[in-house]
Design a binder for this molecule. Structure first.
Ligand code: TTP
Ligand code: MG
Length: 444
């Protein structure tokens, strides 16, 4: 497909960007499989408002095996049950392979998995835009290149994306599909192109030919109404849209028509902008085997505290809350935090508070994962805008699931909630205090 030369020979003003769009495969179902590995390869349906044994609620997502039976997102559970009976309802001689494992949405758990994924993404890119619980754009122009790898006809960018995918699979245990392209809209289409477990690379010279056969509905900014109108003009694919007369499109759709025309031709000059300032900075670490060894746990907390304090300092962030996260097998998440009377930048205090919180309640507990977090951040530099942490998959007020469909979106908040103003109120806990009141706060 390389009808033009590589790399960076575009007529524009600089080298071509390298954008990754990462979207997790059947995300909620993949999370359920983390807890219940025996669901691997089986039809799984995750229902919102669903209760075991009942028939109400709506499908949040279905595993790819369940999709084969015609089960899909937003469908009523009652319809899903007609297409794919529940395993518990099967008669003894029915085929268990043609039955579904129905589970109820557990957003807190999915957010904790998403945070692990996003921590990897932030590790792999300086600029990350999180758009929902399971989806993000990365600008990795500075980390890799469109040049061909020495070993063959693949680009370095492809190898980089494969590395990101493998890290997510190995470290978190869920599958991502990744699209790689010189711009955001093409990367998004590419990530969807070969799901599940896809890796689709569209090189700078290939954008237009890649887009040509794609249905217009998939072009960013084309909703069902626009698609219908385009259809009535005989425009069915991105190729048709690219070849259409810009003046006609503009007459029909105004300036948006011109924009859609540009997108279909492979131009999208949006840059990946980070989602926003962090509300907190955190780092967590899982043990290979759960442990109750007090010194092992303290050692990990010390290392995590040093790392978090270091990152806060390098980002110019002061913090007013120091907390820990303790995950007890199988996935029981506990968080404890201490609020200080004012913002500090004090690595030793992060360590001692984190250790006190650990010792106070979890000294003898068997844990599988530990985390340290600083929050209620304030920044010396008003323009600072990097983002990190396990909470970043939709922390605070930005991730409410009050939009009815239970999806979690991290689109930018309008206001400066980044200072932690949305943190839950103190609950008057008995945790150690350093010149300020103690509190128990939720991490997300
Ligand atoms: P999607 O990324 O749209 O879907 P998905 O990850 O389940 O599957 P795919 O492999 O096609 O990407 O959404 C992410 C999660 O958001 C999904 O796992 C469940 C939730 N969701 C809803 O709750 N309701 C919905 O209508 C949709 C589309 C998603
Ligand atoms: Mg997804």
């Amino acid at each position: 497909m390389a009808e033009e030369t590589l790399p960076g020979t575009a007529d524009d003003d600089g080298p071509d960007s390298i954008v990754l769009h990462v979207d997790m495969d059947c995300f909620y179902a993949a999370c359920e499989r983390l807890r219940e590995p025996e669901l691997e390869g089986k039809p799984v349906v995750v229902g919102m408002g669903y209760e075991p044994g009942e028939g109400h609620g709506a499908v949040a997502t279905a595993s790819y095996e369940a999709r084969e039976f015609g089960v899909e997102s937003a469908q009523p559970i009652s319809t899903a049950l007609e297409r794919l009976p529940r395993i518990d309802d099967l008669a003894p001689d029915d085929d268990p392979a043609a039955a579904g494992h129905y589970r109820t949405v557990d957003l807190e758990f999915y957010k904790s998995v998403a945070a692990d994924v996003k921590a990897i993404l932030h590790d792999c890119a300086d600029v990350v835009r999180e758009v929902s619980i399971d989806e993000a754009y990365l600008d990795v122009t500075d980390r890799t290149a469109w040049d061909l790898a020495a070993s063959g006809d693949r680009t370095l960018a492809e190898g980089f994306a494969r590395y990101v995918k493998q890290r997510i699979a190995r470290e978190v245990g869920v599958a991502a599909s990744i699209g790689v392209a010189p711009n955001m809209s093409t990367a998004k289409i590419a990530s969807d192109f070969d799901k599940p477990d896809g890796l689709v690379v569209v090189r700078p010279g290939e954008v237009r030919s890649f887009l040509a056969p794609i249905p217009v509905e998939e072009v960013h900014g084309v909703g069902p109404v626009t698609a219908r109108k385009l259809g009535s003009l005989g425009i069915e694919t991105a190729g048709d849209l690219a070849d259409a007369d810009a003046a006609v499109l503009e007459a029909e759709f105004g300036s948006r028509g011109r924009e859609l025309h540009e997108r279909a031709r492979g131009y999208d000059d949006r840059t990946v902008t980070p989602t926003g300032r962090p509300k907190s900075l955190s780092r967590e670490s899982a043990f290979t085997e759960p442990t109750d060894d007090s010194e092992d746990k303290r050692e990990v907390v010390r290392a995590l505290a040093a790392d978090v304090a270091d990152r806060a300092r390098s980002r110019g962030a002061m913090y007013r809350t120091i907390g820990i996260k303790v995950v007890v097998p199988p996935f029981d998440i506990n968080t404890r935090a201490t609020s200080l009377s004012g913002p500090v930048d004090d690595p030793e205090l992060v360590e001692s508070v984190a250790l006190d919180l650990l010792d106070a309640e979890f000294e003898a507990t068997t844990v599988r994962k530990l985390g340290v977090r600083v929050s209620k951040l304030s920044f010396a530099d008003a323009d600072q805008s990097s983002l990190d942490g396990w909470e970043s998959a939709g922390s605070g007020g930005a991730d409410g699931d009050g939009d009815g469909d239970g999806r979690v979106s991290d689109e930018p908040e309008a206001s400066a909630a980044a200072d932690g103003a949305d943190e839950p109120p103190n609950t008057g806990g008995e945790t150690p205090s350093r010149g300020g009141q103690s509190s128990l706060v939720e991490f997300d």
